[in-house]
Write a protein that binds this ligand. Sequence first.
Ligand code: SF4
Ligand code: SF4
Length: 373
Amino acid sequence: MHQVIASPQGEKFVIARPGARKGMQIPRAMHQELAGAVDDRREVPGWLADAARQAWGIDLAGQRANGNVLVRPLTPLNYSRATWEINKGCNFNCEHCYLAERKFEGLPREEKERLLLMLRDAGVLWLQFTGGEPTIDRDFAHSYRYAYGLGMLIEILTNGSRLHRPDVIELLSSMRPHKVAVSLYGATAESFDSLTRKPGAYKLLMKGIKDAKESGIPLELVLIITKHNAHEIAAMREIAEEYAQAYTEYSNISPTYDGSAEPLAAQAPGLLDKSTVFQGCPAGHTFFHVDPHGFATMCKIGRENPISLMAEGLGGLLRLPDIADAQMLRSGGCSGCQLSASCRVCRPLAKAYQEAKAPLNTYCQHGNGDDAA
Ligand code: SF4
Ligand code: SF4
């Protein structure tokens, strides 16, 4: 199996090693040199052997490029990232979940493989497996291995409920993901199990992240702050500092992507973060989302005019940039807004809030009490 991947990444060329944070940028000429070395079954060039030793402590000197270096070609579509909802089913029932429905369904295994080949041919280097809970899909391990073998750097966005299982730890130890991002829903069984509505969930999660850390699996914790656990923020940060390489915090609860208000009940009062301003987003241009049936959309929230990759093939993606741009237009309740330059949310998210009839102060500058319009 390959040790490193050489790939286009947008306008650049990079070399990355699965499971390692550090990567390197190379000029196009070196990418071409590596492709030639693989085709001609030559040795790994000296400059790469030196750089790999320095960056990752691996010895590629004197080894053949083919087998050790996986060279991803330039692709006409040149996407670099995708998220894939392998299955929307989930073994938790979180109060704040942004999914409208969590039906347990997805593509048959061979179709999953066909989809992953298309993602590769679209140029996707960074692939996030998400759900629902991705690890409970019966083809998760197979799809993970398949995507890994195609030369993708994989992130798994998970509730962590299966991380305690030896087969999962073995999979992620032998084929290292770029990262495993685990949602943390509390620092005690009381808060965690009440938000996830799953008795015993906290205990298994803690065993899972401990096992993952001991196996050297790169963990990132995503702290989801809600009314159930707001009093435990300090303890949640301590857990993150103990087990994860990095962590992020989310305290703004969104409606479901199709505009249902139910998750908003989990919002912790007083913890709405209003500090960030929406800076633009390349959804649909450099990355896209795929649902369990192989429909591509600009992202997880902006799901208008889905493109069936299974029916149309990769050519369908040519329509995605225009579909994305149309969803970014300030329409509906945002038409002509005078405060849009300081808006906190993108247009697809604002639309979900508007459809959910969420209070203005949860997402809109006009709800700040400093309404200039
Ligand atoms: S674990 Fe994630 S997908 Fe599952 S119910 Fe909770 S928020 Fe939704
Ligand atoms: S929800 Fe908004 S910010 Fe997030 S990816 Fe979609 S368009 Fe971009």
